[in-house]
Ligand binder design. Structure first.
Ligand code: SF4
Length: 243
């Protein structure tokens, strides 16, 4: 069953956004309420910087909020920031981000014109010697962080949403969604056009060059569905974004 983007205007009784009420454990809900009353992305980003909605902030460097314009046609959502993103404070700037940049370029999608984010905004990791190894966020952490993504979606209202990897896809659409084959449009209220594809890090994890080229080709092919749809629906220019 498809997850439904909550109508921002119908969020039940959010806490008042006075400074006194900005309990950092409630910030995700407060952020959703700020978006519902017409706030903006810098305001949300500022609130999210102090979020304590789950325990992940404790071992991460900083909140890595989504980046891009509020008028972006395409939103891409991955799982969580990685090691380099955590240090830099920006999404998809590490090795997986470079793969994504290349794939977007080959698919004819301008990264600068897209909004790029993650379903979880803090880096979850475990130590391995001097390295910090990625750990998948659990259902409780994803749920705690969901209001931030709802707020981003509510403000940006992208024409197309690309869910990168199984964690993002299953959390936003449902457990039945698969990213193991070529993408197909998913019926969802999240955006007029929604697809789920592999996370760019899957290209990096490929066992050999042939597998890497196959995975990269798959990612580019799926992203081309988006650019083709934007062009055919007249949304690649300055037309209406979200029906
Ligand atoms: S992962 Fe999300 S909910 Fe948890 S502390 Fe970070 S921003 Fe808040």
């Amino acid at each position: 069953m498809c997850a439904v983007l909550p109508r921002l205007e119908s969020v039940p009784n959010p806490p008042a956004t006075t400074d006194a009420a900005r309990d950092p454990t409630h910030l995700p809900e407060i952020g959703r309420e700020v978006a519902a009353r017409g706030g903006n992305l810098p305001e949300l980003r500022s609130l999210a910087a102090g979020c304590r909605g789950c325990d992940l902030w404790e071992r991460a460097t900083q909140t890595v909020f989504g980046e891009g314009g509020q008028d972006a046609r395409v939103m891409l959502a991955g799982e969580q920031p990685g090691d380099q993103e955590d240090l830099a404070g920006h999404p998809f700037v590490g090795p997986a981000g470079k793969i994504l940049d290349k794939a977007l370029d080959e698919a004819g999608i301008d990264r600068e014109g897209a909004f790029i984010t993650n379903v979880v905004k803090h880096f979850k990791w475990r130590p391995s010697g001097k390295r910090r190894l990625h750990e998948r966020p659990n259902a409780r952490e994803i749920k705690a962080c969901r209001p931030w993504l709802d707020a981003e979606l509510g403000l940006v209202r992208p024409a197309a949403l690309v869910l990168l990897g199984a964690t993002a896809a299953k959390s936003m659409i449902g457990p039945e969604v698969r990213v193991s084959g070529p993408a197909a449009p998913i019926e969802s209220e999240l955006a007029p056009f929604v697809i789920a594809t592999i996370h760019p890090s899957a290209v990096l994890r490929s066992v050999d060059r042939e597998a890497r080229e196959l995975a990269f080709g798959r990612l580019v092919g799926d992203l081309r569905l988006v650019s083709d749809w934007l062009a055919s629906s007249g949304r690649s220019g300055s037309g209406p974004r979200h029906a």
